[in-house]
Design a protein around this ligand. Sequence first.
Ligand code: BEZ
Length: 263
Amino acid sequence: MSATDCPLPDEGEFWLFGYGSLIWKPPPHFDRRIPGWVTGYVRRFWQASQDHRGTPEAPGRVVTLISRSYWEQLTDHHDSAPDKVWGVAYRIIPERVAEVKEYLDIREINGYTIHYTPFHPAPDVDASLLPGTSEGHIKTLVYIGTPDNEQFVGPQDPQELAEHIYRSEGPSGLNRDYLWGLEKALDLLSSESGDEHVTDLSNRVRAVAVREEGKIQADIEILRAQSPVNVSPGLESLHHHHHHHGFHKVSSVDEQEETEKAS
Ligand code: BEZ
């Protein structure tokens, strides 16, 4: 991209585009949060997560952006994608830009690399919040897990992907909560910010959750029938055990860590 395609924002301004967890978990030191979109990309759950929503032994799945022209050459079960990838742009407060940039540049986040892309603010955004020289768009930094990174997974069968997300968990919490968090955060951005890939996976994972809850209830019924007197006190722990994969409840400090790695 040439400089004229993407003019520099006001001097000293530094904006970051979030299309995943950054939408609902802001980076440190921002003073503006603007809904809007970028084009030329497709958002997909094609990036393995070993550090947040999975582990090195059992990586979860999080979103990355695929260049649209590359995606068009692939066979994807989700064979359509909106032209606009909705998300949010954050302006880092001018006094903290040098610090945040240094922090971002030195940080390697699980396969993602730094790119720059023009961001288009939603039409209803108050113009006084936007940089004066942006000519309708803002140069934003974006993290992309490109197809050449080790954590890139590529096209997956949607049902297998949903099952995978359902059973994955990492230090930042359940993989399904990331998916549903993204679905909700996109919903809140605009009436047109829905993403079929995200809503279809969310619906599939909800169906998996109902199925798995049903299995637990059936197990409980069997145990009850076998031992009607003694089983009841243990039912809670059976239920708990099923959901517990060895992680502690996410504290606000852990959440901040995901934000900081993402930012
Ligand atoms: C995000 O846009 O939310 C994001 C993308 C890649 C890594 C971390 C966060």
